[in-house]
Design a protein around this ligand. Structure first.
Ligand SMILES: NC(=O)c1ccc[n+]([C@@H]2O[C@H](COP(=O)([O-])OP(=O)(O)OC[C@H]3O[C@@H](n4cnc5c(N)ncnc54)[C@H](O)[C@@H]3O)[C@@H](O)[C@H]2O)c1
Length: 426
């Protein structure tokens, strides 16, 4: 094994396959264990790894998996169960890399922060939208002061998943997190990049949600079609985040500063998508009178890994995300990693935006989880859309009413799941 090499275990074999692939191909980590309690899927990946001649241990039980000799646990299990899994791994002395989202409730946020602090281990949030060549370049430009102080921004992540819902919900499980989550839950793809780019903290949010369109009921989903979070940042500037099930796939990020503006191109215009940056800055700062006082450039940033990264998912963002997390854990001070506090800054606007919906789109404060005093009010805040977790603090996934889902929907997904031979998630 290389001197700078981490032993890695992956939980979850859907999205987790991206991490499995990376760990099997990077010399700074070695995949040693895989865990998934879906035994059919686990048997499939085991056969696949054996065919590739990989020496990997397989576990159906997470507690057994945590007994394996490893350095890092990579979590790609259910999005609503990352925090309890992360806390267990940290308490056992492992570093943790977590898929989206970091937590489901504010009580989990308190527990996770405290577990990271007590462990002395590293926690990295794998919010891959922050690792597109375009969003990483915007972060570099912001740090260099090219657009000045952040004044306004917009980010969006729209993904119409109607065509892959059978795969994503394992044949339409009614209680699958993708069916029961509120619209604003999966918010970090649209919010994360802005927070990573500017380093600013969100301090309040207003949530506005679209109604539960028949398309959603046809998928078995209880939430609105899409939602907006209007977020106030610590410097007073506003950020508009949009995400949900609109028409088709679209990602886009835009930042206005006091000296200029920068954005990625939209994902669907085929001009390099989120890997292209468009920058417009004043030639002479502060001269608003001269219409020619602008420099406008557009380019696709490149580095030594650009070509290699393209072979990985999300046009290379998956590569950069994993590379930076592993480098951070190995102690590389240059690594661009997202710690637990920033992970929560990216996630909490979605939690509070939903509470805002439920209170008629009232502006709600977002706490600073770096401050132990601010955490106290949330230690027993279990509000969420999962009745088992929330108990008597349960909140519905939708602010208008609880939409009925016809039995035909579940029967259709089940039949499709059987017809497709129990496919993995995509
Ligand atoms: N960043 C991205 O681009 C991106 C893309 C897709 C998914 N994701 C995230 O990846 C995660 C996984 O999503 P997914 O689409 O693979 O499907 P998923 O959430 O349905 O399931 C993931 C896997 O975890 C396994 N699992 C669940 N509970 C378990 C337990 N107690 N013990 C062991 N295994 C368990 C399931 O059997 C399943 O195979 C989610 O958090 C999702 O948000 C991120």
């Amino acid at each position: 094994m290389e001197e700078r090499c981490l032993k890695v275990g992956v939980v979850g074999i859907g999205r987790g396959r991206a991490m499995i692939r990376y760990a099997n191909s990077n010399k700074h980590c070695k995949l040693v264990a895989i865990c998934d309690n879906w035994e059919e899927g686990l048997a499939r990946i085991k056969a696949d790894m054996e065919k590739q001649g990989k020496d990997i241990a397989f576990y159906a039980d997470y507690d057994e998996f945590l007994k394996h000799d490893m350095d890092v646990v990579i979590l790609a299990n259910y999005a609503t169960e990352h925090a309890p899994f992360a806390v267990k791994a940290l308490k056992k002395g492992f570093h943790v890399m977590s898929e989206c989202l970091p937590v489901q409730t504010m009580a989990e946020a308190v527990e996770l922060v405290e577990a990271v602090e007590a462990s002395g281990k590293k926690y990295c949030f794998m919010e891959n939208a922050c690792y597109h060549s375009g969003t990483m370049e915007m972060k570099r430009l912001y740090k260099e002061g090219v657009i000045g102080e952040f004044e306004y921004g917009e980010g969006e992540y729209c993904h119409n998943c109607e065509g892959i819902w059978t795969e994503l919900t394992h044949g339409g499980e009614p209680n699958h997190w993708r069916n029961t989550m509120q619209t604003t839950f999966y918010c970090t793809h649209s919010i994360g990049p802005l927070i990573s780019i500017t380093g600013l903290r969100p301090v309040s949010v207003v949530g506005v949600e679209m109604y539960n369109h028949p398309r959603m009921r046809n998928m078995g989903r209880l939430s609105g079609l899409y939602a907006l979070e209007i977020i106030r940042m610590e410097n007073g500037a506003l950020y508009k985040s949009l995400h949900g099930e609109l028409y088709s796939h679209s990602g886009w990020f835009n930042c206005y500063g006091s000296k200029g503006r920068m954005e990625t191109t939209r994902e669907d215009v085929q001009m390099g998508n989120l890997d292209r940056v468009c920058l417009d800055v004043f030639k002479v700062p502060g001269d608003y009178t001269n219409v020619d006082n602008h420099v406008t450039v557009t380019y696709m940033p490149q580095d030594q890994y650009t070509k290699k990264a393209r072979a990985f998912g999300h046009s290379g963002a998956d590569f950069y995300c994993l590379w930076n997390c592993i480098e951070h854990i190995l102690g590389n001070p240059e690594a661009n990693a997202i710690d637990v506090y920033q992970a929560l800054d990216m996630c909490m606007p979605g939690i509070f935006a939903h509470f805002s919906h439920l209170e008629g789109s009232k502006e709600l404060k977002i706490p600073n989880m770096r401050d132990p005093k601010e955490r106290e009010a949330y230690r027993n805040d279990h509000r969420c859309t999962n009745p088992e977790k929330a108990g008597d603090q349960y909140v519905p996934a939708y602010s208008w009413d609880t939409p009925p889902i016809e039995q035909e929907v579940w029967d259709r997904f089940k039949a499709d799941w059987e017809a497709k031979g129990h496919p993995n998630t995509v």
